[in-house]
Design a protein around this ligand. Structure first.
Ligand code: FES
Length: 574
C-alpha cells in the first residue's frame, strides 16, 4: 500500500521532500525498519495515536494503558498504530495559567498530525485545556479523527461523605478561610481530593468538554463519562482505535473529517448540552475557539436564546449534588441527549458513522432519573449560563446562574475595586478594607491580555472578615475566568477586558453597579463624561505585560478577547 506514491496511504503520506519521492519513501521505510517493523507492518494503513501523557499531568496518569488499548484496536482491525507525543497541559502545574498554552498545544497537535504520515488519528487527552486544545488542533488537520477522553476521577470517602476535585477543594478551602476547620482537617482533605487518575470528578471544565466532545460527535457514543480507572475506559480506547482504522479506509461519501462533524448544527447541539448539564463557563470560550477554527460563530446573544429554552437536567456538582461517577452509573451523557432530543439537530453526523438521531434510536440502556432528570421535570427550568451585556461589558460577560445565589440576581450596589491580582492578594484580607457584605467585588486586569493571561481568578475570595462573619456569596465581577468546579454569583469574561481599554478598567471603588439577570444586563452607573475623564487620566495601577520574546510575545500580539474564544487571530477559519 505504501508503494503507491500517486495515491499515498500509510507511511507514504506526506513524504519528506528530497526532490525524489521514491527515494523519500525508500529512506522513510529504511528508518522505520530500525524500529523493528516488518515490511508487512509498514505496508499497513497508519493510525496515529496522539498521546498527551506527562509527569506534570496527574489526570493523564493512565495514558500508557490507554495508548496500548488503542493500539490493540487498530491492530485488530488490520492497521499499524504509531504513537506520537504532544505538549500536555496539567491544569495546576502551569504558570501563569494553562489557558495561555492551550493555543500552543493546539498548534502542536495540528502541525504534528499534518506533518507526519497517518491515515487517521486517535487523539487522547482530557485535563481541562487539553481536550479543547486537541479539538482546536484537529479541526483543520485534514485526516479523520476519533477523540478518546481519559475519563473522570473517582471520589474518596471522608467522614461519611464523598470528596472529589474540585468543587470540594473550594468548599473546604472556604471553610478553612472562615476558620470553620483547622490545619489538621485541611491537610487530611488535601490528601483525599484527587486519589485516582482521571480528570476532576465533578462537572468542571474537563467533564463539560468531554460531554461536549461526545455531543459534537467527535467521540464514540457513551464514552464521555466512563471513569478513568474503569475497564470500560480501556474498551473505549480499543473501540476508538478500531473505528479510526475504519475511518482511515473509508472512501467517497463515507469519508469523515472533523469539518463534516463539527458544523453549525452540531455546535448548537453542544451549546444545548452545555446548558443542560450545568456545564462550565470556560466551555463557552473553548467551544467558541473550536468552532472558530472552522469559521463557525458562537454568538452570546444566541446563547441567551438557547439558555431560556434549555433546562438544566443533570444534578451534578457544582450545580447539584452528584459526581461524574454517578452520571456514568446513571446512564452517561446519552440520557441527556435522549431527554434533549426534541431540541437537538438529529441529522448531525458522528465519528461512529451514524447520525445523532440514529444513535439515539438504537439506545435502550438504563437512565437514572435522579441524575438525569426528564425534560418535563428538570433540575432547573432554564439553562445554566447566561450572557450579560451593558455599559460595563459592551461585548458581553458570562454568569453561571445555575451555580449562583438567585437572591443576588437583581442588585444595585457599591463597587469595591481591585486593579490587579497583586492588588487583590495584598488587600482582600486586610482587616481595614472598607467592604460590606452587600458590596460588589470587582477585579480588573485579569483578562486574556493581562500578564496573568485570563486565569481562573474570577472566583474572588470572600474577604476573610466577612467570611468569618458567615458571608458565603457576594457578586464578583472580572475579566478573568472561573474554574468549572466553582460556584457563586460571579460575572466573568467581561469583554472588552480592562487591558484592552474596556469600561471595566474605568470602574473605581464607590461606583454603583447594576446587575439584572432578568434583563441580561450589567451596567456601570457612571456618566459618560466622568468615564472619559478617567480614560484620559489613565490608570497608573494597571500592570503591563512584560513578555518581550518567544511564545508569550506571540500570545500577546495575537490573542483575541473572550468573544473570539481567546484564540489567535491567525488560526481562525474562514
Ligand atoms: Fe486535570 Fe482538573 S486538574 S481536570
Amino acid at each position: 500500500m505504501t508503494d503507491d506514491i500517486t495515491h499515498p496511504r500509510g507511511l507514504a503520506n506526506g513524504l519528506t521532500n528530497y526532490g525524489d519521492n521514491e527515494f523519500s519513501l525508500y529512506l522513510r521505510r529504511s528508518m522505520a525498519s530500525s524500529m523493528g517493523y516488518s515490511r508487512e507492518a509498514l505496508s499497513k494503513p497508519v493510525v496515529g495515536i496522539c498521546s498527551s501523557g506527562s509527569g506534570y499531568n496527574n489526570c493523564h496518569r493512565l495514558m500508557p494503558e490507554l495508548v496500548e488499548a488503542t493500539k490493540r484496536g487498530v491492530m485488530m482491525a488490520g492497521g499499524l498504530p504509531i504513537e506520537f507525543p504532544t505538549i500536555s497541559l496539567g491544569e495546576t502545574f502551569l504558570n501563569p495559567t494553562s489557558l495561555m498554552y492551550r493555543n500552543l498545544m493546539s498548534m502542536d497537535v495540528e502541525e504534528m498530525i499534518r506533518a507526519q504520515p497517518m491515515d487517521a488519528v486517535v487523539v487522547i487527552g482530557g485535563c481541562d485545556k487539553t481536550l479543547p486544545a486537541q479539538l482546536m488542533g484537529v479541526a483543520n488537520a485534514g485526516v479523520p479523527v476519533v477523540y478518546c477522553a481519559v475519563g473522570p476521577m473517582l471520589t474518596s470517602p471522608y467522614n461519611g461523605e464523598r470528596l472529589g476535585a474540585c468543587t470540594d477543594c473550594r468548599r473546604f478551602w472556604g471553610k478553612y478561610r472562615a476558620g470553620e476547620i483547622d490545619d489538621k482537617t485541611i491537610k487530611e482533605v488535601e490528601g483525599l481530593l484527587a486519589t485516582t487518575a482521571g480528570t476532576c470528578a465533578v462537572m468542571g471544565t474537563a467533564s463539560t468538554m468531554a460531554c461536549l466532545g461526545e455531543a459534537l460527535g467527535m467521540m464514540l457514543p457513551g464514552t464521555a463519562a466512563i471513569p478513568a480507572v474503569h475497564a470500560d475506559r480501556l474498551r473505549a480506547a480499543e473501540a476508538s482505535g478500531r473505528r479510526a482504522l475504519a475511518l482511515a479506509l473509508a472512501t467517497g461519501k463515507d469519508q469523515l473529517l472533523p469539518r463534516d462533524i463539527i458544523t453549525p448544527d452540531s455546535v448548537e447541539n453542544a451549546v444545548r448540552v452545555l446548558l443542560a448539564i450545568g456545564g462550565s463557563t470556560n466551555a463557552i470560550v473553548h467551544l467558541t475557539a473550536i468552532a472558530g477554527r472552522l469559521g463557525i460563530p458562537v454568538p452570546l446573544d444566541r446563547l441567551n436564546v438557547l439558555s431560556d429554552t434549555t433546562p438544566v437536567l443533570v444534578d451534578l456538582k457544582p450545580t447539584g449534588e452528584h459526581y461524574m461517577e454517578d452520571l456514568f452509573a446513571g446512564g452517561g451523557l446519552v440520557g441527556v441527549l435522549k431527554e434533549l432530543r426534541p431540541l437537538l439537530h438529529l441529522d448531525c453526523m458522528t465519528v461512529a458513522g451514524e447520525t445523532l438521531g440514529e444513535r439515539l434510536d438504537r439506545h435502550e440502556g438504563f437512565i437514572d432519573p435522579a441524575i438525569v432528570r426528564p425534560l418535563d421535570s428538570p433540575y432547573q427550568a432554564k439553562g445554566g449560563l447566561v450572557a450579560l451585556f451593558g455599559s460595563l461589558a459592551p461585548r458581553g460577560a458570562i454568569l453561571k446562574r445555575s451555580a449562583a445565589d438567585p437572591t443576588l440576581f437583581e442588585t444595585e450596589a457599591r463597587a469595591v475595586v481591585f486593579s490587579s491580582l497583586e492588588d487583590l492578594a495584598a488587600r482582600i484580607d486586610d482587616p481595614d478594607l472598607d467592604v460590606r457584605a452587600d458590596d460588589i467585588l470587582v477585579l480588573q486586569n485579569a483578562g486574556p491580555k493581562s500578564p496573568a493571561a485570563m486565569p481562573e481568578a474570577g472566583y474572588l475570595p470572600i474577604p476573610k472578615k466577612l467570611a468569618r462573619a458567615g458571608v458565603k456569596d457576594m457578586i464578583r465581577i472580572s475579566d478573568a475566568r472561573m474554574s468549572g468546579t466553582a460556584f457563586g454569583t460571579i460575572v466573568l469574561h467581561v469583554t472588552p477586558e480592562a487591558a484592552e481599554g474596556g469600561p471595566l478598567g474605568l470602574a473605581r471603588t464607590g461606583d454603583r453597579i447594576k446587575l439584572s439577570v432578568e434583563n441580561r444586563s450589567i451596567d456601570l452607573l457612571v456618566d459618560a463624561a466622568e468615564l472619559e475623564r478617567r480614560r484620559a487620566e489613565g490608570d497608573a495601577t494597571a500592570v503591563q505585560p512584560t513578555f518581550k520574546r518567544g511564545y508569550r510575545k506571540l500570545y500577546m500580539d495575537h490573542v483575541m478577547q473572550a468573544d473570539g474564544g481567546v484564540d489567535f487571530d491567525f488560526l481562525r477559519g474562514e
